[in-house]
Design a protein around this ligand. Structure first.
Ligand SMILES: Nc1ncnc2c1ncn2[C@@H]1O[C@H](COP(=O)(O)OP(=O)(O)OP(=O)(O)O)[C@@H](O)[C@H]1O
Length: 368
């Protein structure tokens, strides 16, 4: 194992009773000192991964490694990991200082040392001078910072954050996104952050794991995931996208919407049925005859920075366009895009779904 790897999941499955597994044969590695985000819809298994890392639950199958050692049965208090919970879980009857000092007192640390460490943790989260405040005199954002100070005071190697910003209003949430990112850089420890908000994940992470139904669909940097989604689920979950059925003709040539288009090579076989993604901001409005696609404007919405324009081609495919150009409903226009804007994806999320959709594709084409 690479010495930069701090946590490794090896074929980890978590199952309760006879229910379908909550996590299904999941393997991944987490490197030291990076900001990771687990992103996915409700119930996909994000919190379960955090609980397994923290030691609040054990895997049904597989192994979890921390610094190269299996930790499946190591109790939470013996792991170099702390968690910041969604509801902060602060003690309302203790002031800020005592909330942060709590874990150190349990460890029977010397009073003078506690003083130094608590002050330092509060300085890290910009709460110097708030030591004697009561928790109920603190705002939502300040409470969040107390919770973070408490979690970093004993210098864990990994900080787990379970939707820590979800209780905050949008403005404060955005501010805290910057603060958390900055804090991670200054501390230099690994953060594993859970969210179901794709914009938050794109803005904050070094690496994102996109989960669905107990499986990691894709992992990579925010730009990898946005520019090269591996399947329809990821493409639809992250950002807005136009997804249409297509077929690979040969390397650098793909067919969709009844035409063939030059594209960049993405490792698909000739004649392989695929799905095509083009992001709305990669479509450019032109005169009808100048466009690679000819479409009719169905509706438009003004979104401030751009218009969101919904069009249809002659095959009935919907094309969403983000453009600063204003067009009228009913206009016949052209859409231009570069070969690089065409991203080709495999059919279906799982092997089973892939086979099913491939079968359906052949059936339709055979009947033609
Ligand atoms: N102790 C338990 N017993 C049975 N099922 C459980 C238990 N804990 C979690 N689950 C189930 O595991 C699945 C995944 O839960 P998990 O909390 O990991 O999802 P999540 O992705 O964090 O969702 P959310 O965004 O809603 O918090 C859910 O279907 C949940 O009902």
């Amino acid at each position: 194992m690479d010495k930069n790897t701090i946590i490794r999941f090896e074929h980890v499955t978590k199952q309760y009773d006879d229910d379908p597994p909550v996590l299904d044969d999941v393997s991944f590695e987490i490197e030291r000192g990076k900001f990771y985000t687990l992103l996915g819809p409700s119930g996909c298994g994000k919190t379960t991964i955090l609980r397994l890392i923290a030691g609040f639950t054990e895997p049904t199958e597989g192994n979890i490694y921390f610094n190269g050692k299996v930790i499946n049965n190591v109790p939470p208090n013996q792991r170099q990991v702390n968690t910041v919970f969604q509801d902060y879980a602060l003690f309302p009857h203790l002031n800020v200082f005592e909330n942060v000092a709590f874990g150190l007192r349990i460890k029977k640390m010397k009073e003078s040392e506690i003083e130094v460490k608590v002050k330092e943790a509060l300085r890290f989260v910009n709460l110097e001078g708030y030591e004697n405040r009561e928790i109920n005199e603190m705002s939502g954002g300040q409470r969040q910072r107390v919770a973070i100070a408490r979690a970093i005071v004993n210098e864990p190697e990994v900080l787990l954050l379970d939707e820590p910003l979800s209780a905050l209003d949008l403005k404060l949430r955005t501010e805290m996104q910057y603060e958390l990112r900055e804090l991670q850089r200054r501390l230099g420890i690994t953060f594993i952050f859970v969210t179901h908000d794709q914009e938050e994940a794109l803005a904050m992470s070094d690496e994102i794991f996109v989960l669905n139904k107990g499986k990691i669909q894709q992992s990579g940097t925010p730009t990898d995931i946005y520019d090269e989604p591996i399947n329809r689920f990821v493409a639809e979950f992250i950002g807005e996208s136009n997804i249409v059925p297509g077929k690979m003709i040969k390397d650098f040539l793909v067919e969709f919407a009844g035409k063939q288009f030059e594209c960049v090579d993405q490792g698909f076989h000739p004649n392989e049925p695929v799905e095509i993604v083009i992001r709305p901001e990669d479509l450019e409005i032109t005169k009808r005859d100048h466009g690679k696609l000819q479409v009719r404007v169905d509706s438009l919405l003004f979104r401030g920075v751009h218009y969101e324009i919904c069009c249809y081609d002659q095959d009935g495919n919907e094309w969403l366009v983000h453009s600063t150009k204003k067009v009228g409903v009913g206009d016949e226009i052209g859409l231009h895009f570069d070969p690089e804007a065409i991203h080709v994806m495999r059919l279906g999320e799982t092997e089973e779904e892939f086979e099913k959709r491939l079968g359906a594709y052949h059936e339709v084409n055979h009947e033609k």
